[in-house]
Design a binder for this molecule. Structure first.
Ligand code: MN
Ligand code: MN
Length: 300
């Protein structure tokens, strides 16, 4: 995998926008704020700064580890004493940067957030061209355990690419047997997830689905479904999108029936929320990095 200087600059620009949005939202998010306002503020700021959302702003709370964004008509608010993971994706001409932070309104869980941030720091200090993903996973796991917590074993970091949030290789946050190495020029999102020591330490799919992605093209018979399909393909291509965004399609409020048809035709990948299996809270930290010969360059 090799990116030209121009392509690298687009990754860097996406990374810089993602960093500004993450830091702005970290300060803005508050208890009892409407979640849809968090999502929309983040997504508006991405556009204002010259990028586009690479995926819907994720606001995943407490035992929900990932993949919650506001559905249409969401009335949920940020609960008091909660642990809020803000996950921001930005693309510039398709080049993706992915970053996350945990905002903690519960002093009891502060140390868990520190563990996630320190594990990310360890990974950034360890990562370089030629490293095995197993070595990186071990380093992350050891750091998390040294704080008295447990890594979530079935959520991983991932390679990113053009119009791709998951572009091939994965970066597990635990020791694993693998001969996979990383190489100079590749771009990765590193993201340790941390939970309590007595948790199961795995996520499972929840009932709610708020994020989707185009899986395969099909020509829909109904005009409305065809138009919506075209809107999704044109605007989001192979990137995840929120059902909430479809309210801004030319079909406006009338998109629902067409969307139902597209889902029923099995054209979409659907991303259910991920919930910690024992219902324990989860903290996350994430940066996107560019692999170099001796280390990495943090883009976010
Ligand atoms: Mn992310
Ligand atoms: Mn990610």
């Amino acid at each position: 995998m090799y990116y030209s200087k121009e392509e690298q600059e687009k990754f860097s620009k996406a990374g810089e926008i993602a960093r500004v949005v993450r830091e702005t939202m970290r300060k803005n998010v508050q208890e009892e704020m409407r979640i849809v306002d968090v999502c929309e503020k983040a997504e508006e700021l991405i556009r204002k700064l010259g990028g586009k959302p690479a995926f819907p702003c994720n606001v995943s709370i407490n035992e929900v580890a990932a993949h919650y964004t506001s559905p249409p008509g969401d009335t949920k608010t940020v609960p008091k004493n909660s642990l809020v993971k803000l996950d921001i994706g930005v693309h510039v001409d398709g080049y993706v940067a992915d970053t996350a932070v945990t905002v903690c309104f519960n002093r009891e869980y502060d140390a868990m957030v520190v563990a996630a941030e320190e594990a990310l720091k360890t990974a950034i200090e360890t990562i370089r061209s030629g490293i095995f993903t197993s070595k990186l996973g071990s380093a992350v796991q050891k750091t998390i355990e040294s704080y008295g917590f447990k890594p979530v074993s079935n959520l991983t970091g991932h390679q990113v690419g053009r119009f791709l949030v998951h572009a091939g290789k994965s970066l597990p946050n635990v020791f694993h047997l693998s001969a996979t190495r990383l190489h100079t020029g590749e771009v990765y999102a590193i993201e340790p997830f941390v939970t309590l020591k007595d948790a199961v330490g795995k996520v499972e799919s929840g009932k709610e689905i708020t994020i989707f992605k185009m899986k395969k093209h099909k020509s829909m018979r109904a005009t409305a479904a065809r138009n919506l399909f075209n809107f999704i393909e044109t605007n989001y291509r192979s990137l995840p999108f929120a059902e909430r965004w479809l309210q801004k399609s030319p079909l406006k409020g009338g998109y629902k029936e067409a969307f139902h048809e597209i889902r029923a035709a099995n054209c979409l990948t659907e991303y259910p929320i991920f919930v910690e299996a024992s219902g324990k809270p989860v903290a996350q930290a994430e940066h996107t990095v560019f692999i170099t010969e001796n280390g990495c360059k943090v883009l976010t």
